[in-house]
Design a protein around this ligand. Structure first.
Ligand SMILES: Cc1ncc(COP(=O)(O)O)c(C=O)c1O
Length: 436
């Protein structure tokens, strides 16, 4: 049991609650991960807050103006107040599917399900896990992963996360994943792939993506039934020419009869509506028909109905209206360009530091984030940055320091990076000195 859960249980011990908690209730805790580090930074990072997993401009949340327009008029009572259908508003599901097909030309001619609306991508992952992962089963996860998978896969589902190193030789570790799949006993294996990746900001190149697909097809051909979740939270934020700009879902959804792909994506980051809580779940596998997809959608609807009943109606109405506006695509592109400029500037800044004994820049080419592998304890560095420089960052597994360039203005990046390198030198040289 997680020590934080134990602490909470200790507080509740000798009360009636202790006797009544379910096993799940006993296991539950609130992690001291990104959310609590961000909360700390909100209070104390008066100079720069590079923890925030949203996109900001001059300190305010960015948005697509056509979507924001929904708040200032044009909606009827019926757009706002009734329940939304369990699977979500049909016109929104169809628009999302149309957009998905436009963004992923590899989907052409492939039969996939109609997306079902969920309350954010977290909810989509949780539903997929509840439908496909049993207690004691394993799910393969890259060693650099979004910490919330701990709660969903391990605490909710009681599954085991089996890790593979995301990188080898500065790129995607396809061989490491292949070996990890082979290590799973039996004829099934589940895995989750998140690109652009949180926390590294890495997306495979086209060459790597093709190699990954070929490797998975080879496993499928040899009889392994593969369940692949794609977590496409940061889809569309691709900043290099060679990056695979399509979802692995599009490449895998008709790759082999033994490969079943569940795509989790969301308006959250793609449409810059973090608080709307709109995600989607879409299914694809070679050989599945419309009737099969309808059955899967019904099961998904059952999971939604029994969990949250239905998702927010006004959020769906506003998003749909925005996505149908004539200026929506141009406005969305403007937001992506702003983040892309920060990315390119950041790359230039980091180049000037070359290889550094304290901080090693991990590969990144997309998304909101970049991470450093730290020569010393990353949590010590995070706290030092907060205390001495009022700079908020995220430490991960005590080894990595994550910065969100999505929420740092371009003119602040140089100073932020200078502070991080300076602090790392102060902290890690000092601790090396103490050891010597
Ligand atoms: C990799 C990844 N997946 C999923 C999510 C969750 O997205 P949502 O806010 O739509 O639940 C996040 C959010 O930070 C994320 O980083």
């Amino acid at each position: 049991m997680n020590p934080l859960a134990k602490e909470l249980n200790e507080v509740l011990s000798t009360t009636i609650v202790e006797d009544l908690l379910s096993d799940y209730g006993k296991r539950m805790y609130f992690p001291k991960g990104i959310i609590s580090q961000s909360a700390e930074a909100k209070q104390r990072a008066r100079k720069y807050n590079a923890t925030i997993g949203i996109a900001t401009d001059k300190g305010s949340a960015m948005c697509i103006p056509s979507v924001f327009a929904g708040f200032t008029g044009g909606l009827s009572h019926d757009d706002v107040f009734p329940y939304a259908p369990t699977a979500g508003e049909l016109p929104l599901r169809k628009v999302w599917l149309d957009e998905m097909r436009k963004k992923n030309p590899e989907l052409q001619g492939k039969t996939i399900s109609l997306p079902v609306v969920t309350s954010g991508l977290t909810h989509a992952i949780s539903i997929a896990a509840s439908l496909f992962l049993d207690k004691g089963e394993s799910i393969i996860v890259p060693d650099m992963y979004w910490g919330n998978y701990n709660l969903t896969f391990v605490e909710q589902r009681e599954a085991n996360m089996v890790f593979f190193p995301l990188f080898a030789n500065g790129g995607l570790n396809v061989e490491g994943l292949a070996k990890t799949i082979d290590s799973i006993p039996g004829d099934q294996a589940a895995l989750i792939l998140n690109f652009p990746n949180n926390p590294t900001g890495y997306t495979p190149t086209w060459t790597e993506a093709r190699a990954l697909v070929a490797m998975l097809v080879d496993k499928a051909e040899k009889g392994k039934k593969l369940l692949v979740f794609t977590d496409d939270a940061y889809f569309g934020l691709f900043f290099e020419q060679d990056v695979c700009t399509q979802s692995l879902f599009a490449l895998l959804c008709d790759a082999h009869r033994n490969i079943f792909v569940v795509k989790g994506d969301a308006a959250t980051k793609e449409e810059m509506v973090w608080g709307f809580r709109i995600g989607f779940i879409t299914y694809g596998a070679k050989g599945l028909t419309e009737a099969h997809y309808e059955a899967l959608v019904k099961k998904t609807m059952g999971a939604i109905r029994g969990g949250i009943s239905s998702c927010s109606k006004p959020a769906q109405s506003i998003l749909l209206k925005g996505m149908k506006s004539g200026t929506y695509h141009a406005e969305k592109e403007a937001g992506i360009v702003l983040i892309a400029k920060r990315y390119h500037h950041l790359k230039q800044i980091l180049k000037a530091y070359g290889s550094n004994p304290n901080l090693q820049v991990l590969p990144f080419n997309s998304g909101y984030f970049m991470s450093f592998a730290c020569a010393g304890n990353a949590e010590t560095l995070r706290l030092y940055l907060l205390d001495k420089y009022e700079v908020g960052t995220i430490s991960i597994q005590s080894k990595y320091l994550r910065l969100a360039f999505s929420s740092i203005d371009i003119e602040q990046l140089e100073d932020l990076i200078a502070i991080v390198y300076k602090a790392a030198e102060e902290v890690f040289q000092a601790s090396a000195g103490q050891k010597a």
